[in-house]
Write a protein that binds this ligand. Sequence first.
Ligand SMILES: N[C@@H](CCC(=O)N[C@@H](CS)C(=O)NCC(=O)O)C(=O)O
Length: 224
Amino acid sequence: MSGEPEEAVPLYRLYWDRGSANMAPHAILREIGCLFELVRVDISKSENRAPSYLAINPNHRVPTLVHGGRVLYESAAIVLYLCESHPEAGLMPLPGEAGRHLFLQWLVYFTNTLQEDLQHWWHADNYLDLEASRHDMKTVSERRLADIFSRLDSTLGEAGPYMLGQRFSAADIFLTMLCRWTRQMQTPATSYPNLNRLIGLVTARPAWVAMMDAEGINWNGPLA
Ligand SMILES: N[C@@H](CCC(=O)N[C@@H](CS)C(=O)NCC(=O)O)C(=O)O
């Protein structure tokens, strides 16, 4: 044994790019207050397609979380993994706790339904070859998103201010990340009063502010 002080080893490593689906896992790492390191994967430089990155995430997408020998991708899965690994942070209701069913419902709805419609708007080119068809897809997607946001706004009006009522959770962070992706739309999520209130509450949290600073982004700026 040497007399040197042991260096702190980061518990988690998050592969990320600015303003991407890593925002929620990144903010949650900061909410938890655990040790972590960030590794930028610059999509604009195709770093997400480098063989070294494909080795951990063959889907060439961010985020990816590495924890010891474990590697996992999909932002919602990373959120669940982090919240379950750190129950003391209270970011999700544990099995048997009130609101657990709603937490699961909303997180899966956000990643599976809301995020999917956002993908259609941002990346119509992933789905359709013709420019005119892409334009149509964006129009339909914006209409579908308006429906989704109206319903979420009503839910928050009846039983807010958070998705679990009075209890703040990781689902609110996830939703706020997705809401930021609407800022260039005709009717962004901030146009809905109860959603806007939730966004205000989440974006005022020190963890969110620190995440935005570290990623070098603000609410209204371009994606990167
Ligand atoms: N369902 C995935 C989506 C991740 C995703 O679409 N990431 C985008 C950035 S927001 C990406 O890496 N795009 C690069 C690509 O698809 O090649 C998640 O939530 O983790």
